[in-house]
Design a protein around this ligand. Structure first.
Ligand SMILES: *Cc1c(COP(=O)(O)O)cnc(C)c1O
Length: 399
């Protein structure tokens, strides 16, 4: 039996303060104690179930964290005000000045910028590798390597990381495996495949409404405890706390995530096939010609499909830009960055979300200037959407 994240969320029963089926939203920054000693014990982390101050823990964020831990199969989780906060807190918690990181070259642009530019302040060196080349990954690990960092499905080229094999290398070398699972909630459960820490931008599929930013870190009790430590915890001390109003909204959206991921996958697979048949170069892990198609099949939880992300290569920025403008006019979706929304979003990564990556590096990772990344929406009639896209493609040919 494969792990089923949807069942894990469904099985979670969370009773609110007054028996509310949606737990009440915590509208408090601080909390009272009847006895002074309980406060002292809470401060030292010895008092279970007591809340002290909302940057540390608050009940709304605890409910959302518990749901995320259930979904990922991790003992614990922590939520943050953005995906970048989850990533930066995790990296800073695991690394010391002088540490070394091995990272996939293809990652989210903000992550790449943090690793390549920001960490220099702390003399933390990063080796960027082709994460699908396990030999290269292992060879890049040094005695001071603290972690291997990757994305389950990488941005924007949609490579699939071989998480069990990476985990084996990491265990052998005694380094942590940190995995960003933003593109594949439900489809892939990295912790069950050997990752030590799973990070998320909840801004994308998990919330799915494009109305707020949020992030999450899913890991062992020990790691989450270290992030929250009042003396040395990166999350506690840097303070990127998620607002409880938002966390309660995200928690409700998590309960429809499995249905949404199935529909995103269904629509993306349909468009990928049609685009390919039309003669466009398509990258989609669900297509048999994708280099890690079989690998994804082996890793994924059944019944959620191959995800909602597609990339196509129109070779030049000019043609890509024109196609995106036409699609927006036709009502296919929005020319916008981000992903995991109920409407289709498309953008040119080289000029937007991956523009932090220098052009020569973009070339070396195979990121064409004419690449368009699609986050396919929840369209009820995807054949109708394809008709619109096709008419845009035909217009391009005529111009
Ligand atoms: C958007 C994104 C992030 C950053 O998340 P924010 O919520 O925007 O801070 C990190 N990783 C991936 C894969 C993303 O798509």
């Amino acid at each position: 039996m494969k792990f089923d994240p949807a069942n894990k969320i469904q099985d979670l029963l969370q009773f609110g303060e007054f028996g509310d089926v949606n737990p009440s939203i915590t509208d408090s920054a601080t909390y009272t104690f009847f006895e002074a000693k309980t406060m002292t014990d809470t401060f030292h982390g010895e008092q279970e179930g007591c809340f002290l101050y909302s940057r540390h823990w608050n009940p709304s964020n605890k409910y959302l964290s518990d749901a995320l831990a259930a979904m990922e199969g991790t003992p614990a989780a922590w939520v943050t005000g953005s995906g970048m906060a989850a990533i930066t807190c995790t990296v800073l918690q695991l690394c010391n000045s002088g540490s070394h990181i091995v990272s996939s070259l293809t990652t989210y642009g903000g992550t790449f910028a943090f690793l390549a530019n920001y960490l220099k302040k702390f003399q933390i060196e990063v080796s960027f590798v082709d994460i699908t080349n396990l030999y290269e990954v292992e060879r890049a690990i040094r005695p001071n390597t603290a972690m291997v960092y990757t994305e389950s499905m990488t941005n924007p080229l949609l490579q699939i990381s071989d998480l069990p094999a990476l985990s084996e290398i990491c265990k052998k070398k005694n380094v942590k495996l940190v995995v960003d699972n933003t593109f594949t909630p439900m489809q892939i459960a990295p912790y069950t495949l050997g990752a030590d820490v799973v990070v998320y931008s909840l801004t994308k599929f998990v919330n799915g409404k494009n109305d707020c930013l949020a992030g999450a870190i899913c890991a062992s009790e020990e790691f989450i405890g270290s992030l929250a430590d009042v003396n040395t915890g990166t999350a506690m001390l840097l303070g990127p706390v998620l607002d409880p109003m938002r966390s309660s909204a995200i928690l409700k959206n998590m309960h429809t995530l499995h249905i949404r991921m199935k529909q995103h996958s269904h629509n993306a697979a349909f468009l990928a096939q049609r685009l390919e048949a039309f003669g466009v170069k398509v990258i989609y892990p669900g297509l048999p010609n994708h280099p890690q198609h079989q690998l994804m099949q082996n890793l994924m939880n059944p019944k959620f499909g191959f995800g909602g992300m597609i990339a196509i290569d129109l070779v030049s920025t000019k043609v890509a830009s024109r196609f995106m403008e036409l699609m927006q006019i036709e009502g296919v979706g929005y020319l916008a960055v981000s992903l995991g929304y109920f409407k289709t979003l498309f953008s040119n990564p080289g000029k937007s979300t991956s523009s932090e990556v220098p052009e020569d590096v973009q070339k070396s990772m195979g990121l064409s200037e004419g690449l368009i990344r699609f986050s396919v929406g929840l369209d009820n009639d995807i054949e109708r959407t394809w008709q619109k896209m096709q008419s845009c493609l035909e217009k391009l040919h005529l111009e």
